[in-house]
Write a protein that binds this ligand. Structure first.
Ligand code: TK8
Length: 335
């Protein structure tokens, strides 16, 4: 009798604990796509996110990840989210300005001074403001991860001065602000999806591209590029986007699990990205790239040359969006 009672109590307790979870969490396979290789720190972020999801759902969810543009480039995959045919994408913000013009604020040259500033803006009120805007386009931004500070590679010459950009055929993202920045520097800029860049460099259809060190390394651009110059001309984020039509079918508990685990992934992704950056820079030099920094006077000339980009794109991005960003940066900088 005693044993029976104890058993019943245990069973009842187990049912109490298990029931709400069983009611709120359905078993799911979530497709997530990326343009970069799995060896990029985004791979570490996705692994950390998956571990978190497994733990929080008792293994009811699985992430099905596709790399190297296997499900299409950033823009194509993001459109699939909007129409509710794919759950997730980790996309650069830059190719999405046609969907949400305010995202162009991140593409303005020399906006952030360092990664800490970028984190403070992206993880704070400004990031929330952007996330709210994305919902109007049927996209839920779960978190901002790191793409990083971008640097120029090419197969023509080391870029040490403003004049060195002249006539260089540079691939830029599908983004008018980057296009304007590189045209203003005198380059011949061509917008292109990321998945086409390696081949375009290999066949010499273009001379140059720009990306953070970890991307230059993990995409093996060192095989088809000779020079790397530390231009640090912009910091662009990755957005961890979820299809809003699909998100809306998830229970509140499930939505919270997604948000929490995207943040767990973010912290790991940024940690690895920052740790790898120096190693990637060393590695691409070992692989034969010639690296140079650009002296302060020339960097000042480059910055001044592109300063007009801010005004030329203020109307498209939204003057209020740029002002909000600048106010936020002033606050962070203690100005
Ligand atoms: C990968 C891209 C890449 C970006 C680019 O899909 O296109 O140059 O920097 O990281 O999002």
């Amino acid at each position: 009798m005693k044993t029976y009672l104890a058993l019943t109590a245990t069973t009842a307790l187990a049912a109490l604990v298990a029931l709400p979870a069983a009611a709120e969490i359905s078993s799911r396979t979530i497709t997530i796509s990326n343009g970069i290789a799995e060896t990029h720190p985004v791979g570490n972020g996705v692994a950390a996110m998956e571990e978190c999801l497994t733990e929080r759902t008792d293994g009811a969810w699985e992430l099905n990840a596709f790399w190297s543009s296997a499900l299409g480039d950033d823009l194509t995959a993001t459109q699939a989210l909007r129409s509710g045919t794919q759950e997730m994408v980790i996309s650069s913000s830059s190719p999405l300005v046609g969907i949400e013009p305010a995202l162009g604020v991140f593409d303005l040259p020399f906006l952030f001074n360092d990664a800490a500033e970028a984190d403070a803006v992206l993880d704070g009120d400004f990031g929330d403001f952007i996330a709210e805007k994305m919902e109007e386009s049927d996209l839920v931004n779960l978190a901002f991860w790191e793409n990083g500070f971008r640097n120029l590679t090419n197969s023509v010459r080391p870029v040490t001065s403003l004049e060195d950009f002249q006539g260089m055929r540079v691939r830029v993202m599908q983004n008018n602000i980057f296009l304007d920045t590189f045209q203003t520097l005198g380059a011949n800029a061509t917008p292109m999806a990321f998945g086409e860049v390696f081949t375009a460099l290999e066949t010499r259809a273009i001379d140059a591209q720009e990306n953070p060190y970890v991307t230059i390394d993990t995409s093996q651009f060192y095989e088809v590029q000779d020079y790397l110059s530390a231009t640090q001309h912009a910091y662009t984020p990755f957005m961890v986007l979820f299809s809003k039509p699909m998100f809306d079918t998830y229970s509140e508990e499930e939505q919270q699990i997604l948000r929490d685990c995207a943040v767990v992934g973010r912290d790991e992704q940024r940690r690895v990205s920052r740790e790898l950056s120096d190693r990637s820079l060393a590695k691409v030099q070992e692989e034969g790239m010639a690296f140079n920094e650009i002296d302060t006077d020339q960097m000042t000339r480059i910055r001044e040359e592109v300063a007009g980009v801010y005004d030329r794109h203020a109307e498209t991005i939204g003057a209020d969006v740029i002002e909000r960003m600048q106010a936020e940066l002033a606050r962070i900088r203690g100005e």
